[in-house]
Ligand binder design. Structure first.
Ligand SMILES: [Zn+2]
Length: 248
């Protein structure tokens, strides 16, 4: 079963690439079919097999030979692995089904924010709708009270940071924390908050030391929120256990 989930994840990952590329440009994600960004040749259906086609083509466009970014197969693989891990954590359950679209949207948010320094509103709205559906259907066990407090706290805390730092935190980040609070509930959103600052600090230092980013380059915060949320979704209990181990 987990192998089927992995393959489904990789296939959906291929669609996520389309979303990451088109949503910031306000283009439709369903039409037209994919074409090479260099020569505009429509990509043949047999060259659209996730990961496999990339390897068979040697990472180059069949018609013009332009290099295809390694990012495309990486995102396909990443989505597959995350689905696989979700299944490992939650098994054959509604929780797994609930978190599959959520981690995929978080991947899309991460790369759009990294490329464009924005988190599109409709992605946050989609997460919010999933959160409300969960409160109504109870796919992932979280009480309505915990969800609502989580949403207010996630939104409120990052809103405060935005005021204190004079707009260092964008509206998209604030909104994202609100909907994640709604999805995960109070305890988990606190974990996401703490983890996002830890991962943000560590990764920013690495980016500066390796000179990938300069001192004056803005570093988007959305990817750290998304990464932390995925960590909490997959390993929340282990993180708590580890935390108590250190404290007690
Ligand atoms: Zn081409």
């Amino acid at each position: 079963m987990e192998w089927i989930i992995l393959i489904i994840g990789i296939l959906i990952g291929s669609f996520l690439n389309v979303c990451i590329y088109r949503i910031p440009n306000n283009q439709s994600v369903s039409y037209p079919p994919s074409s090479c960004s260099n020569c505009n040749t429509r990509i043949k259906y047999y060259d659209l097999i996730p990961i496999v086609s990339y390897i068979l083509l040697g990472g180059r466009c069949r018609s013009c030979g332009e290099k295809i970014s390694l990012r495309y197969p990486s995102i396909e693989g990443l989505n597959g692995i995350l689905y696989f891990l979700l299944y490992n954590t939650y098994g054959f359950s509604l929780s797994t089904l609930f978190f599959m679209p959520i981690v995929s949207i978080l991947i899309v948010i991460t790369f759009i924010d990294y490329d464009h320094m924005i988190i599109p509103y409709r992605l946050n709205i989609m997460l919010g709708i999933l959160g409300i559906i969960n409160i109504l259907l109870g796919m992932y066990p979280v009480t309505a009270k915990s969800s609502l407090i989580g949403a207010v706290l996630g939104f409120g805390f990052f809103f405060l940071i935005a005021i204190v730092t004079g707009g260092q935190m964008g509206g998209g980040d604030i909104f994202l924390m609100g909907v994640l609070g709604l999805i995960l509930g109070l305890g988990e959103i606190l974990m996401v908050t703490v983890l996002s600052f830890i991962t943000g600090a560590v990764i920013s230092v690495i980016l500066l030391l390796t000179k990938i980013k300069g001192r004056k380059d803005p570093i988007p915060f959305g990817p750290f929120i998304a990464l932390s949320a995925v960590l909490v979704i997959l390993f929340g209990n282990d993180i708590l256990y580890f935390y108590y181990k250190i404290l007690l």
